[in-house]
Design a binder for this molecule. Structure first.
Ligand SMILES: Nc1ncnc2c1ncn2[C@@H]1O[C@H](COP(=O)(O)OP(=O)(O)OP(=O)(O)O)[C@@H](O)[C@H]1O
Ligand SMILES: [Mg+2]
Length: 141
């Protein structure tokens, strides 16, 4: 488990960019953190670092899924905030998304914990001040 400190949106995007460099495709990233913690900002940094359009990134709270094609990998961005039990995720074919060779990123992943594959990357963002965040990064068992 690595713990990083962020003091700005740019810091958070930079930390996400460092993780982006390690992605080869087929990964699942579970994002945790309260409302406004910076989960979507983190995805912006990730998409930008992969060569995609950061401005296209927003929380897929109502549609559940946004897909961003980048110059390297396709990013499947999901938000489980309004999901209870995981049936909605199953309906949009979450299991199939995991097999596309892209990167699957899930905000509010704890809401669909049973669907998140073993060995996924955990990113936990904690708000510690107006612009301060602690970002804990680790691989799940
Ligand atoms: N260090 C920081 N890292 C990330 N965001 C920050 C930071 N400091 C301030 N912010 C602000 O916090 C907010 C984070 O919003 P964001 O939409 O990324 O949160 P979220 O975790 O996705 O929330 P939600 O659960 O509602 O989807 C933005 O308004 C951003 O400007
Ligand atoms: Mg969000």
């Amino acid at each position: 488990m690595t713990e990083r400190l962020s003091h700005s949106v740019a810091d958070t995007e930079q930390i996400a960019a460092e993780i982006a460099q390690t992605l080869r495709g087929g990964e699942c990233i579970a994002l945790h953190g309260d409302l406004g913690a910076g989960k979507t900002q983190f995805v912006r940094g990730l998409v930008k670092a992969l060569g995609g359009d950061r401005a296209a990134v927003s929380s897929p709270t109502f549609v559940l899924l946004h897909v961003y094609k980048t110059s390297t990998l396709t990013v499947y961005h999901l938000d489980a905030y309004r999901v209870h039990g995981g049936e909605d995720f199953e309906q949009i074919g979450f299991d199939e998304l995991l097999e596309q060779g892209g990167v699957v990123v899930v905000e509010w992943a704890s809401r669909v914990q049973r669907l998140i594959p073993r060995g996924h990357l955990e990113v936990r963002i904690t708000t510690t001040g107006e612009n301060d965040r602690t970002i804990a990064i680790g691989r799940s068992a």
